[in-house]
Design a binder for this molecule. Structure first.
Ligand SMILES: [Zn+2]
Length: 139
């Protein structure tokens, strides 16, 4: 497992001249890094699969430059237009505050978007019911 404490320990080992122990720790960190990369790739594949299975494709729309999902209960979102145009993913934007100059922020690509959609800004998205949908689909 990679942790900040391991990097601190590595720095201390290098400072104290214990290069053999530092090398061993560095190799362990490298192995942990590769394990994490494999896990990330696996999780990305799972997310992509779930996104394809979710019945939202025909209900995605763009309003005021942001991506939304039309539901019977109204618009849900907003989602990042850059991420959606890049790979079709629906990354929900985070509201950075209630001030007049506040913005939407994408936690994935770090893009910022101005509010400016006063009639829909307060219709915040709910978390998509992945578990419920997966159960319905028998996954
Ligand atoms: Zn994004």
């Amino acid at each position: 497992m990679i942790s900040n404490a391991a990097f601190t320990e590595l720095r201390d080992l290098l400072r104290s001249g214990e290069s053999e122990k530092a090398r061993d720790l560095l190799l362990a960190l490298q192995a942990g890094y590769f394990t994490l990369m494999e896990e990330i790739q696996h999780l990305q594949l799972r997310v992509h699969t779930f996104e394809e299975l979710l019945p939202v494709a025909g209900h995605v729309c763009t309003r005021n430059g942001l991506v939304w999902i039309e539901t019977e209960a109204g618009l849900k979102g907003p989602f990042c237009p850059l991420c959606h145009s890049t790979d079709g993913s629906l990354i929900r934007l985070e509201d950075e505050g209630a001030e007049a100059d506040s913005q939407w922020h994408c936690p994935s690509c770090e893009a910022h978007y101005p509010h400016g959609c006063p009639d829909t800004d307060r219709h915040r998205a709910v978390v998509l019911p992945f578990q419920k949908t997966c159960r319905k689909l028998g996954l």
